[in-house]
Write a protein that binds this ligand. Structure first.
Ligand code: CDV
Length: 340
């Protein structure tokens, strides 16, 4: 019996340093309205969706830095509230990323799942794998990625959660409500993020991202040519989304911030929806604002979860100790000469 759900990735094109939150929220509402007109049930917006990707800048002034974060409840703040009000009006669920400043002064790269049908946040996730550096590169021409300066590693873990009500638009669900999980950008490159969600039976992974098209100082000094660098960035993005969807038998949705931020810093597009066999169902065609939609039958997750990746039958945890015992590499000793 199919369990159908219509999902969308809402890609957001360039956002400039001078663009107000209200302006960006207006663009997000346009995408949300388009999603509602296509009967989409859940829309994923990107990582740090409300502003330009500010961690590329070194910001010393405390007041200026403070202005990049959302303080208090993002669903009711004056600038961002219209997005959540629109989701409620349209009865559509959204997941959106933002820079969170907590009451006690901590900073996280966060996303929430907001149910428009219920008018409340069902789950919050704080990015665990924080890439980049704390200090800017010595090279004055480097494109910096200073997330380690501006965000602490998330403290909420990878918590899967059920979303009530979504099955209402399909036939009765034998196994219950869909199981979602969230991760943010760099998390998608780590098998551990996916497996922790996979071990909770996740059926839909949501992942907003900001991936520079050309960042030889942060990502790979192999790619000196901007076009080759962008090709490889897209290749690696799809490689990890497809491979980890397959090995955890889950759908996944990835939503990009893309285009030339601030007129010059190119971010890749590649917003996409992948099925549990690792097949790319739909992907963005532009660098701008764009909705990527796919109908997903959650029953398809059963194939992998029950056979090749039936974790309870095939995993051998007695051999996985290093994964949690160690962060860096410990190489094996050299084998001495034979006969020694
Ligand atoms: N926002 C990110 O987490 N970006 C990283 C870059 C720095 C490699 C990514 O994994 O796409």
């Amino acid at each position: 019996m199919p369990r159908m759900i219509r999902l969308a990735a809402a890609q957001l094109g360039a956002i400039h340093i001078t663009d107000s939150r209200s302006h960006v929220v207006g663009r997000m509402i346009t995408l949300l309205e388009s999603a509602a007109s296509q009967a989409v049930q859940v829309v994923l917006f990107p990582e740090l969706a409300f502003t330009t990707f500010f961690p590329r800048y070194i910001i010393h002034n405390e007041q200026q830095l403070k202005a990049w974060y959302e303080h208090g409840d993002v669903t009711i703040n004056a600038d961002t509230r219209p997005l959540f009000d629109k989701a409620k009006e349209l009865k559509i669920d959204i997941s959106v990323g933002y820079a969170e400043a907590t009451e006690d002064g901590q900073h996280f790269n966060t996303c929430i799942y907001f149910s428009g049908r219920e008018g409340r946040v069902l789950s919050k996730y704080r990015k665990v794998h924080i890439p980049g550096t704390f200090e800017p590169d010595d090279d004055p021409d480097a494109v910096n990625h200073l997330e380690k300066r501006y965000f602490k590693p998330g403290d909420l873990g990878f918590q899967a959660f059920r979303v009530p009500g979504l099955e209402a638009q399909g036939p009765p669900v034998e196994r219950g409500e869909p199981i979602f999980g969230m991760m943010i950008c760099n998390d998608r490159r780590w098998a551990e993020s996916w497996r922790v969600l996979g071990l909770q039976g996740v059926e839909i992974v949501l992942c907003g991202f900001n991936t520079p098209a050309f960042a030889p100082h942060t990502r790979s000094s192999l790619d000196k040519d901007p076009e080759q660098s962008e090709r490889m960035a897209l290749f690696h993005h799809k490689l990890v989304m497809q491979a980890h969807s397959y090995t955890n038998a889950t759908y996944s949705v990835a939503a990009a911030r893309s285009g030339y931020d601030d007129g010059k810093y190119k971010l890749i597009a590649g917003s996409c929806i992948i099925d549990p066999e690792g097949v790319l169902l739909a992907e963005s065609k532009t660098l701008g604002d764009e909705l990527v939609v796919a109908d997903c039958d959650l029953e398809l997750c059963r194939q992998g979860k029950g056979k090749t990746f039936a974790f309870d039958r095939h995993r051998r945890t007695e051999h996985y100790g290093r994964i949690v015992a160690q962060t860096g590499v410990v190489e094996p000793p050299r084998i001495g000469p034979s006969g020694a």
